[in-house]
Write a protein that binds this ligand. Sequence first.
Ligand code: BG6
Length: 494
Amino acid sequence: MGFPKDFLWGGATAANQFEGGAFEGGKGINTADCMTRGSRTKPRYVTYKEKATGEVKSVLSHELNVNYKDVEFGCFEGYDYPSHEGIDFYHHFKEDIALFGEMGFKTFRLSINWARIYPLGYEEEPNEEGLKFYDEVFDACKENHIKPLVTLSHYETPVGLTNKWGAWVDERTIECFARYVRTVGERYKGKVEYWLTFNEINALDMGGWMAAGVPTNDPQDKADAAKHQLLGSARAVKILHEIDPNNKVGNMIGYMVFYPNTCDPEDVFECWKKFNMDWFYCDVHCRGYYPRYKLKEYENNGIKFELTPEQAQTLKEGTVDFISFSYYMTLNASADKTLKTGDGNLFGGVHNPYLKYSDWGWAIDPTGLRIGLNYMYDRYQKPMIIVENGVGTQDVLVEENGVKVCHDQAHIDYMREHIKAMDAAINEDGVELFGYTPWGCIDLVSASTGEMHKRYGFIYVDYQDDGTGDGTRYKKDSFEWYKKVIASNGTDLD
Ligand code: BG6
């Protein structure tokens, strides 16, 4: 038993959720910067101005349906945008990375904020100040013996691309992305070896905005954006391999592991269909061509799809070196559409009476992770890394003997059981897993709700949703626990 030697223990973040400094260092605005703060009961809105009337509007991202030519997306007075400050990693990165080093992180997943490098997305020349910032971040990682794991695009499409031509719905975005990838690949050669292309690329099925800066939810637009991102991903793989053969490039899927709600064959079939929401993107990333079920689905729904021979070749040549995914929960799939579905990451499922649920209604299912690892490995036989996992909780700081502490036992319990499931998948089932970076290793802004109140971290950050808090970092109980887990290479989980 135990984890492979050199197993990459670490933690994961995303620029738009923790970096802050939204208007510093020449950075442009990205899609997340235009999303307002919400909560479990209050949704987040996307803001834009109508060109004809000058009127500012805020719309739910999954209800967005505008022509990019008629509007200008951006940030406007009177709205609260949590990404603008995040947890101010922009000014705290040395301290934060030192804390990760103290825990013994082998790797640290972060994203490069594309709009920090190309503020509008389509410029010819990069922003030197933005490039310098990540130089310093990666140097700090090196000083702490941490290998960066870099996501190229984590819900951070520069909004300039949406305002110009609808972002990923337009083929020209592929070239802009390729230019950005080449810039960062060349600049950070030798500093970064592990790369991920698009965070939870399958989030596009949920809505066009977060994943692709697309201002509609039209199925044709989403299919076009998916094709362009898949081509962008393949281009990134090729570019990064060309720059440095040591580069390893992975995809990133929001992995939803589904169970049939009952053994009714209709539910089992529905479950198969739901799984295809994971497999479609992963099939293209790993096999280099579109799967037949997707092509049929497009055909049956009147969605136009075509690949030129060059594009087909790009997909074939740009398959990923490894698979990465987020895993938070399992979901029950039912053919009975009258059944209520609950909350979840990207999608919800029918209530599973065998599982416990978090305060945000996400199911807790470590065995589901073991099942998911097996399904994924059986299908592709590629090395895998879990780049997000965890449970959001309402952590509180308390003062004990004059010291502020945070007893986050729920995080420890959640991770312990999931690490045991990983161990079993490796040692009893034989899957190839080379790393684990739990989500939000330091408290950050929630992607779905935009609040600070939903905390995942080993490190408590004193920022609150009402704007109070001074940003001080405090180690939670899970900090020492995870340090021990890493030091024992996953054998001491007590
Ligand atoms: C994934 C995203 O969907 O889940 C992250 O890649 C996100 O960006 C994470 O933060 C957890 O979701 P949430 O909504 O709790 O922040």
